[in-house]
Design a protein around this ligand. Structure first.
Ligand SMILES: [Zn+2]
Length: 63
């Protein structure tokens, strides 16, 4: 199981060692508690920082 370091799109805090594969890309920022999802974490093997969309944008795009 790989872990990822993910930068929160809301507050910029870097969340370490997230199991994105278990959550299908979802993470909850440990600092501001925002929900965000990466749509391409599987391709980010070499990059420590994963780009995320805010939860509100995800909801709007999938409404
Ligand atoms: Zn945050």
């Amino acid at each position: 199981m790989k872990t990822y370091d993910v930068k929160c799109p809301i507050c910029g805090h870097v969340n370490h060692n997230l199991f994105l594969e278990e959550t299908d890309g979802w993470m909850e920022c440990e600092k501001c508690r925002s929900m965000a999802r990466s749509e391409n974490f599987g391709e980010m093997i070499r990059l420590p920082i994963v780009k995320l969309k805010p939860y509100s944008e995800y909801k709007a795009a999938h409404a």
